[in-house]
Design a protein around this ligand. Structure first.
Ligand SMILES: C[S@@+](CC[C@H](N)C(=O)[O-])C[C@H]1O[C@@H](n2cnc3c(N)ncnc32)[C@H](O)[C@@H]1O
Length: 299
């Protein structure tokens, strides 16, 4: 398998066990070190930033490491879609965005919702190691983990005498405090309501007979499909007889942007996701295609 995993197309869940995962690997040096230090293990990085992914791939062109993989996805959904329960041995989260304002706490990587998902994918005795230079973030993460249960927790300050990265050594020598929180899976958590998105094996085109597409009718239309599931349509185009509309689907916070097309086939039209858009096939995506077939044609 290539280093860069296309989570939309790959067979899920990944067949790996005893995995080491880094969440938000940034420049990627630590992820590469994990891969070098653990040649017998699969090392997987989740990142939201396309630039970070590019930087990692560039570094990998200079170094032949076969056990390191990455994908561009929010960590919660990466764990949800790609990993088997009990398959993760270690998770590293280094210096995550602290999200200082209270109203942004829900964006933090160590919310109970995320910790619950990480816990589920970890094996007994597996660990999450979080490092941060922001004390209140460390406290928040500890409180979330203790609320959830199912972890033995330890928190400590890093010492300059330890073998640390060059950045950590510099920060400590400048007098900055660095915190390390370790969460070891030791039992069951409290139950937590978590967002789920249901994948389907196939998306079938919808056949429309006796009517002509008029996708501009849908431009800027927003629709709630169900609780926490929304779609929005943007610009429509016609290209070589194919009608296209740019579409966004947000399911429980998992967002995809793609084109839906209508293409003539004999006497009727086939409405489908454009073959140029790569998508994760979900039940709600089927509903959006259906909606375009119902509302995107001349009455
Ligand atoms: C402050 S940087 C730290 C980068 C690196 N770990 C380091 O120590 O230098 C946080 C990184 O986490 C990534 N990130 C933030 N939220 C994320 C999420 N929900 N899933 C995956 N990556 C995320 C960001 O794109 C960013 O690259």
């Amino acid at each position: 398998m290539f280093c860069l995993i296309n989570y939309k197309g790959v067979d899920k869940p990944l067949p790996w066990d005893g995995l080491i995962v880094e969440v938000g690997f940034g420049r990627g040096e630590f992820l590469l070190k994990l891969a070098r230090d653990n040649p017998e293990k699969k090392v997987l990085g989740f990142e939201l930033s396309g630039i970070s992914i590019e930087k990692l791939l560039k570094k990998l062109r200079r170094e032949d490491l076969r056990n390191v993989h990455c994908t561009r996805i929010d960590a919660y959904w990466g764990f949800h879609f790609l990993l088997r329960d009990g398959s993760v041995e270690r998770i590293y989260i280094n210096y995550p965005d602290p999200w200082f304002k209270k109203r942004d706490y829900k964006r933090r990587l160590t919310t109970r919702k995320n910790l619950y998902m990480f816990h589920r994918k970890m094996r007994q005795g597996g660990i999450i190691r979080i490092r941060t230079d922001y004390g209140p973030f460390a406290e928040f993460s500890l409180e979330e983990a203790e609320w959830l249960g199912g972890f033995d927790t330890t928190m400590r300050e890093l010492s300059v005498k330890e073998p640390l990265t060059k950045y950590e050594r510099r920060w400590l020598s400048e007098g900055k405090k660095l915190y390390e929180l370790t969460l070891k899976k030791s039992g069951e958590t409290r139950p937590v309501e978590t967002p789920k998105v249901k994948e389907v094996k196939e998306l079938f085109p919808v056949k429309v007979e006796g009517r002509t597409p008029q996708f501009d009718r849908l431009e800027n239309v927003e629709e709630k499909l169900e609780d926490r599931v929304y779609t929005k349509f943007f610009r429509s185009y016609t290209r070589e007889g194919v009608f296209l509309i740019e579409t966004l689907l947000s399911e429980e916070g998992f967002t995809q942007k793609f084109f839906i097309e209508a293409r003539r086939k004999g006497e009727h039209w086939l409405v489908d996701v454009s073959p140029h858009s790569e998508v994760l096939r979900t039940e709600n995506l089927k509903k959006v295609v259906q909606l375009v077939a119902e509302r995107g044609f001349k009455p």
